[in-house]
Design a protein around this ligand. Structure first.
Ligand code: NAD
Ligand code: UGA
Length: 433
């Protein structure tokens, strides 16, 4: 079994390290964030991810999974070091590589034995070569047997463990096939297809995959808006399209557009790369514009339904960027709330898991303990994130509590006919109303 170090214990690093430990490897997970590591050492998960706690506990107990802030302890004897640090958007939409650079420089300073450095972070095409250069330059002539492998991650938040353990594919890019094959051995127990490519192709596969998924969502949202005007139902349209095997049904849910820590920054970074190299990423630009406008369209529909937004109380259900996560990075809810507050609306909100994160940035919002508190005195209720908890709401109670029975179902979660029969004014996405 290999001695692995994972640098960065966010969604990707923590899940990757834990899953590799569960496959029998000895894994040290490293982070510079002391609070995060001290929580993990106490058995407290720093993120909400279904199933994670149990698998972490099991592997810590078995002695295969260690958490530390000590770089020496983590990287000195590692055979394979995964870099899984953040690559947020920089000022111009480019991927900010400062954390990748720091991790690479620390490896250069501390490691003397043969090592494979694996880029798991989503990084611009060419970063694998750049990481090798950063490390060799920092060595200042001290020899190091180094190979760099790109191993992009495709997990989704909310189903991360399952996505890792039952991957559709593993992509490995390297100029050294033996190094890529050594990393491939780690994944052998998963029995999934492994694609070995050159470094740059592997890096591009990640961006192209995320951009394609975002494109599908923007496509169906554009169709949804046309459906609204022409009297068709986008849910049934998507169903009819998805039955064609060439199209498939995944990622055709119309709604308030894509958010999260990855699609927005990755589509932006890919477009930035394209422009920087003299091409015109018109499709990517349109995909981003449609996404932005999707939130604005909801605000427009609500303004029209209420005859203005100033001094209206709007209830928001769901703040996280998707269900089953507490992650609110680039969550559609934040943009919708911002737009509504700009027009003078007062916001009440509730999310099953993201309240702690929301409290840190939504200063003006009245955060509530449940959907009924949100409904109380509201002029409209907007569903932004389709948590399971919201499927079973008592709408009789909601109607009694609301100031006006107006519902904006931003994810087409609820049954339109039932709500209309109950006397609600109901607006979905992509359905004639
Ligand atoms: P995150 O922000 O949740 O976590 C990053 C962690 O890295 C933080 O805990 C931070 O303290 C730590 N870190 C930063 N600099 C460090 C350093 N020099 N040494 C050690 N630790 C350091 O990030 P994430 O969501 O896990 O994403 C990581 C990368 O994986 C990004 O490039 C992202 O695009 C990509 N990715 C994310 C997902 C996802 O679902 N979140 C899925 C696939 C790929
Ligand atoms: C996404 C990809 O699905 C992962 O493969 C990838 O690894 C990850 O980004 C990444 O690179 O970080 P994630 O952002 O966790 O995963 O979540 P998704 O399930 O893809 O949802 C992203 C956004 O799209 C959410 O806001 C969701 O509400 C929205 N969405 C998704 C729709 O509006 N409609 C859909 O049909 C699907």
């Amino acid at each position: 079994m290999s001695k692995i170090c994972v640098i960065g214990t966010g969604y990707v690093g923590l899940v990757t390290g834990t899953c590799f430990a569960d496959l029998g490897n000895s894994v040290t997970c490293l982070d510079v964030d002391e609070t995060r590591i001290s929580k993990l050492l106490k058995g407290i998960m720093p993120i909400y991810e279904p199933g994670l706690q149990e698998i972490v506990e099991r592997n810590v107990k078995a002695g295969r999974l260690i958490f530390t802030t000590d770089y020496v302890k983590a990287v000195k004897d590692a055979e394979i070091a995964f870099i899984a640090v953040g690559t947020p958007s920089g000022v111009d939409g480019e991927a900010d590589l400062q954390y990748v650079r720091q991790a690479a420089e620390s490896i250069a300073d501390l490691v003397d034995s043969k090592i494979i450095v694996v880029n798991k972070s989503t990084v611009p095409v060419g970063t694998g070569d750049w990481v090798a250069e950063v490390i060799q330059k920092r060595r200042n002539g001290r020899p190091l047997d180094l190979n760099v492998v790109s191993n992009p991650e495709f997990l989704r938040e909310g189903s991360a463990i399952n996505d890792f353990m039952q991957s559709d594919r593993v992509v490995l890019g390297s100029e050294n096939r033996t190094a890529a094959e050594k990393v491939a051995e780690l994944y052998a127990p998963l029995r999934c297809p492994v694609l070995i490519t050159d470094l740059r192709t592997a890096e591009m596969i990640k961006y192209a995959s995320n951009a394609f998924l975002a494109t599908r969502i923007s496509f169906i949202n554009e169709i949804a808006n046309v459906c609204e005007e022409l009297g068709a139902d986008v849910k049934v349209v998507a169903q009819g399209m998805g039955l064609d095997k060439r199209i498939g049904s995944a990622f055709l849910d119309a709604g308030l557009g894509w958010g999260g820590s990855c699609f927005p920054k990755d589509v932006k970074a890919l477009a930035h790369m394209a422009v920087l190299h003299g091409t015109h990423p018109q499709l990517l630009q349109a995909v981003m514009e449609i996404n932005r406008n999707q939130r604005r369209r909801l605000v427009y529909k609500l303004r029209k339904a209420l005859g203005g937004l100033n001094d209206r109380t709007i209830g928001v259900l769901g703040i996280s960027f998707k269900p089953n996560t507490d992650d609110i990075r680039e969550a559609p809810a934040l943009e919708v709330i911002h737009l509504l507050e700009n027009e003078g609306a007062k916001i009440k909100a509730y999310d099953p898991q993201a309240m702690e994160n929301a409290a840190q940035i939504l200063q003006k919002v009245k955060l509530c303990d449940n959907p009924y508190q949100v409904a109380e005195g509201s002029d409209a209720l907007i569903l932004i994130t389709e948590w399971n908890e919201f499927k079973q709401i008592d709408f009789n109670k909601i109607k009694e509590l609301m100031n006006q029975p107006v519902i904006m179902d931003g994810r087409n979660l609820w049954d339109e006919k039932t709500l209309k029969n109950m006397g609600f004014q109901y607006f979905g996405v992509g359905r004639a109303t």
